[in-house]
Design a protein around this ligand. Sequence first.
Ligand code: NAX
Length: 324
Amino acid sequence: MKKPVNVAITGAAGNIAYSAIFRIAAGQMLGDQQSINLKLIDIEPAMKVLNGVKFELEDCAFPLLNSITTTFDLKEGFDECDYALLIGAKPRIKGMERKDLLKDNGKIFLPQGKAINEVANKKIKILVVGNPANTNALIAMHNAPNIDPKQFTSMMRLDHDRSMAQVANKYNVDIKEVKKIIVWGNHSNTQVPDLSKAEVSGKEIKDIMSTSWYKDDFIPRIQNRGAEIIEARGSSSAASAANAVIMHMRDWVLGNNDWLSIGQISNNNPFNISDNLMFSFPSRCSNEVYEMIKDIEMSKTLDEYIKTTEKELVQERDSVLDLL
Ligand code: NAX
C-alpha cells in the first residue's frame, strides 16, 4: 500500500460528489494500492449533510480510506493537498443570465485558487467541474501564481465520453473500437465534437460518415446532451459526470495513450487559438503528465464552430477580468 495522498473535493455534499466519493474511496481513481485522506469541502449550511456522507463512508469500511475531514474552511481543506476536484458551484437559477452566473461562481473560484496557492502541495493536480468550468478554472489558475498553470484542468471528459458512446451506437461497435475523437473548446453548447480524425475498428470514420448525420444530428446531440438528460431525469447528470471526473483523474495519474479531451491553458498552442483561455484540446497522458497532441491539423470544415466556441470563452474571460 502506498503512503496516503490528500484528495480535496469541493461541493462534497452535492450530487456529483455523492456519485464520485465512494468510488474514489474504493480506489477507482488512483488505483487499488493508493491509500487516501479525503478532505470534503462544502459551505457551512451543508455541513450536516456532509457529515451524513462521512458516516456512510465510515460504514463502507474501505481499506484504502485512511482519514476523512469535513470542512468549510478552504485552508484546512486544501492543506498539503495532492489532488483537488473543484465540483462545488452555485446552480443557474431561472432568469439568471450567464454573465451573472459567471460573476457569482467566479467569486467561489478566486478564494479557492488563493488557498490552493498558499497551502496545497505545489505538484497538485486540479480538475474544475463546477460551471462554467473552463472560465472558473482560469480564475482559480490566475489566483494561484505559485502553481504551474498546466496543473489546472477543466472537465471535458463527459463531453468526450458522450461522443464516444454516440459513435459506438451509430456504428454498432464496441466502445473500445472507437478512437481519436476530439471535443474542442468550451464545456457549453458551443463545444465542438470533432470526428474528422476519428476511427471505428481501425478505419477512418470520415470515409463512411454522412455529413448530414454529423452536422445535423451528432453535433447538436452532444452539445445539448446535458439538457436532454435534465429533460429525462428532471435533474442534471450526476453519475455520468462523476464517472468522467474519475476517468479524467485516473488517466492523468495512471496514464492513457488514447486521445482524450482536456480543458487546459491555451498558451502556445499550434491551432491558432488565443492565449489565456481554458480550452479543450486533444491530449494524451503518461507519467502523470498530459500532453497536447500537436502534430495534427484542425479540420477546415470546423472553422466556424471553433471560432464560435473561442469567442464565447474570450467573452467569458473578459467579463471576469477583475477576478483574474
Ligand atoms: P449540486 O447542486 O448537487 O451540488 C453543488 C454543491 O456545491 C452543493 O453541496 C453546494 O453546497 C456546494 N457549493 C456551493 N458553493 C460552494 C463553495 N463556495 N464551496 C464549496 N462548495 C460549494 O450540483 P452538482 O449536480 O453536484 O453539480 C456541481 C457542478 O458541476 C455544477 O456547477 C454543474 O453545473 C457542474 N457540472 C459540470 C459538468 C462538466 O462536464 N464540467 C457536467 C455536470 C455538471 O453539470
